[in-house]
Design a protein around this ligand. Structure first.
Ligand code: FBP
Length: 486
């Protein structure tokens, strides 16, 4: 697989597949008349590769960093024709609006290859939300005489890209590149994985398994680990699959089971009680940070009412301490890192063990949060090659005259097959935020991955976490499922 990705990156420019704009609308069926406006998607202006005039291409990183961002630039630089130029906007869309940019030269490719993080350009979470934003962006882009803008981002950033494509129609093409460690931007089979997900999950799986190794040696701590993944639980599911922790709950699982906070506490304390019964006063429990949005008491807190949370803590007999104010980003997403849910769980589970289970053992719980390091880690060979292919595909999309597209890669056939997917087909109306946004791809509770997780997790309770990890993957699980002959 990785070899084939690398071969694709190295091969001469060719015509990628530009999917018809209806591709995306069929499954969701939510595109309203306004979004059907042709300016969102340059479907009639595709041109074959050929004598396209020299291009000036801008790149912007947007949202949280993800390993492979620098390789996207490398892929973009690799096939530039004489006269083509690339500039990078610094500090995300905020920097673009302030016209902060730097030249990117083909000679930068060497230093950027395999470099983790997003720090070459920087990033931010600015949402393009007003006419003034779009007008300013247009001015900046016109002043710089850009013919295409490549937006490297997740669902919110590519929502920006979609609306910018309309605002810049006839001025500058806009092409999205799918990134996020969360893995919640997907559109199977055209896009099954974002770059960064593989590296981050490998990194977290390493860290969690190291905790498990330490716990097994010392037999005195139960580690309670929060993993990044704001809404969808793909990261926690993948880490669970690799490490086989003693306990794990996913946001989608809680929603499906209609669990409240007490159910989550009963589950985790039950895992610990079962292990104590076989003389194992240690272990590892994991959960995704996005779990909070699925637990009704935390959901109320995120919406401004902490009373339901206080009631549960009163009931289990422990003070609710260290609850911060909820901070939202420009897209309306709560900042989960500032809510120390791992510490809240530690104190709540300890209280349930003592007060409800009358647990006499002195079980010691320790909270951890694994997040930011996974975004800065050096990309795995898969992520490095995949990101370069996405960068190359973005460049090919620019040469073909496409706009309002997200580049992707179909791994399901004899692939990988690079392609461009119309962004307009990926939006849905978010009634909570009251606007059109790209739909988040959640863990499918009917899917094979989730079902096998449910099946196995009962056995994980009494076992020790898997050491060494037998399932450690050279490429993401999503692709293994597709049996690509990798
Ligand atoms: P993106 O969706 O922008 O890729 O970011 C994902 C993420 O890493 C989440 O897992 C996490 O909740 C969030 O970013 C943290 O954001 P911040 O950098 O603003 O603290």
């Amino acid at each position: 697989m990785i070899d084939r990705l690398n071969q694709h990156v190295a091969s001469p420019l060719g015509e990628l597949i530009a999917l018809p704009w209806t591709t995306g609308t069929l499954p969701h069926g939510v595109v309203n008349d306004d979004l059907m406006h042709p300016n969102y998607w340059v479907k009639n202006e595709q041109r074959p590769l050929g004598p396209v005039p020299a291009m000036r291409i801008g790149v912007v990183f947007s949202g949280g960093p993800a390993p492979g961002g620098h390789d996207v630039i490398v892929g973009l630089l690799r096939h530039l024709r004489s006269g083509d130029e690339v500039i990078g906007f610094c500090n995300g869309f905020g920097g673009l609006l302030r016209s902060e940019y730097r030249a990117i030269l083909p000679t930068d490719a060497h230093a950027l290859t395999g470099l983790g993080g997003f720090d070459f350009l920087g990033t931010d979470r600015t949402k393009l939300s007003s006419d003034a934003h779009f007008e300013t962006a247009k001015q900046v882009i016109q002043n710089l005489k850009l013919s295409a803008l490549v937006v490297v981002g997740g669902d919110d950033s590519n929502t920006n890209a979609l609306f910018l494509a309309k605002a810049l129609h006839g001025v500058c093409q806009v092409i999205g590149v799918p990134k996020t460690i969360d893995g919640d931007l997907a559109y199977p089979p055209y896009l099954t994985v974002t770059f960064g997900f593989h590296t981050a999950t490998q990194h977290y799986a390493d860290l969690v398994s190291m905790l498990a190794i330490d716990a097994r040696a010392t037999r005195k701590y139960v580690h309670v680990v929060k993993l990044m993944g704001r809404s969808a639980s793909h990261v926690a599911l993948e880490v669970a699959r690799q490490v086989a922790p003693n306990g794990c709950v996913l946001a989608e699982e809680i929603a499906e089971k209609k669990w409240g906070l007490m159910d989550v506490l009963d589950y985790f304390s039950g895992v610990i009680m079962n292990r104590l019964a076989v003389n194992k006063p240690y272990g590892v429990l994991i959960f995704p940070e996005g779990m909070l949005e699925a637990i009704p008491e935390f959901k109320s807190f995120l919406n401004g009412d902490s009373q339901p949370l206080h009631r549960v803590f009163d009931r289990i007999g422990v003070p609710l301490m260290g609850l911060p104010g909820v901070v939202l980003d420009a897209h309306g997403n709560p900042n989960m890192s500032l809510i120390r849910s791992e510490e809240l769980l530690v104190s709540a589970i300890t209280a349930v063990l003592t007060n409800t289970h009358n647990c006499q053992n002195n079980v010691q719980l320790l909270g951890h949060f694994f997040g930011y390091t996974g975004r800065a880690a050096a990309p795995t060979p898969f992520d490095s090659a995949y990101s370069q292919l996405l960068g190359k595909t973005a460049y090919e999309s620019a040469l073909m005259g496409l706009s309002g597209v997200l580049v992707g890669c179909d791994f399901s056939t004899n692939g990988p097959v690079p392609l461009a997917l119309p962004l307009v087909g990926m939006v849905h109306f978010d009634s909570h935020r009251e606007r059109y946004v790209i739909q988040k791809y959640m863990v499918d509770t009917q899917g094979e991955d989730y079902q096998s997780y449910l099946h196995q997790k009962q056995q994980w309770v009494l076992n020790d976490a898997t050491i060494p990890r037998p399932n450690s993957s050279k490429w993401p699980k999503q692709l293994q499922l597709k049996k690509t002959g990798a």
